[in-house]
Design a protein around this ligand. Sequence first.
Ligand SMILES: Nc1ncnc2c1ncn2[C@@H]1O[C@H](COP(=O)(O)OP(=O)(O)O)[C@@H](O)[C@H]1O
Ligand SMILES: [Mg+2]
Length: 247
Amino acid sequence: MIEVERVSKTYRDGVGKGHVRALEDVSFQVSAGEVFGFLGPNGAGKSTAIKILLNLIRPNSGSATILGTEVKNPALRRKVGFLPENPFLYDYLSALELLWFGGRTAGMDRKAINKRGSELLERVDLQAVANRHLRTYSKGMVQRVGLALALIHDPQVVILDEPMSGLDPLGRKMVGDVIMELKSQGKTVFFSSHVLNDVERFCDRAAIIVDGRLRLVGAVAELLACGESLEDIFLREVQKAGGGQVV
Ligand SMILES: Nc1ncnc2c1ncn2[C@@H]1O[C@H](COP(=O)(O)OP(=O)(O)O)[C@@H](O)[C@H]1O
Ligand SMILES: [Mg+2]
């Protein structure tokens, strides 16, 4: 479903000729119907990998495919849903208008958008504020409408960059429930997080990335079967890597 093969990415650091190596020779696969957690401390390279999957940036080397199609193929947009780390939404649209915009972009007709849009707004608990301008939304509300936008076209593959961040416990539970519903519908979900608990609870498989390098990939059940908690495994990998990079 998702295949990342030997991807490396270096950014210019904006100061002189310095470079930041954000990803180094990263490879992993996510199978159909799987919930896959991409776990790593701040600055590990999670968002960079996700942006590569969405073709928002290009890797320096390596390749990435989704549903067997190279990520640069625009046909994927209709099959992939995406929640960015800090959703940038149009301030003067309402939630309904935003979903309308997203649905049209994905080629949906009026009836389908209205039906799915109101279902989703209800699901993320925004029905009551659906007509308010997005600029009046709190961070948590923006995150929720961003999730609805990611799902408006009923995508087969859903990629979420830190979907629980900025949410209160109820919001986190709602996102977790939505992920499990997607799984039960046979969708493939890839999400990043630095919260171990989220990964432990919702994921079939997980990868741990530190400092741009993949340290571990495996079935969560197998990782936990060694008797160590995911937190212990995570901390050990971060320490082995020299403490990670705090940004
Ligand atoms: N546009 C950019 N220009 C320069 N450096 C960047 C840019 N985006 C990310 N980085 C750097 O790349 C590394 C990985 O960042 P990122 O992928 O955002 O990590 P994460 O999402 O895991 O917190 C960090 O060191 C970060 O500072
Ligand atoms: Mg990030």
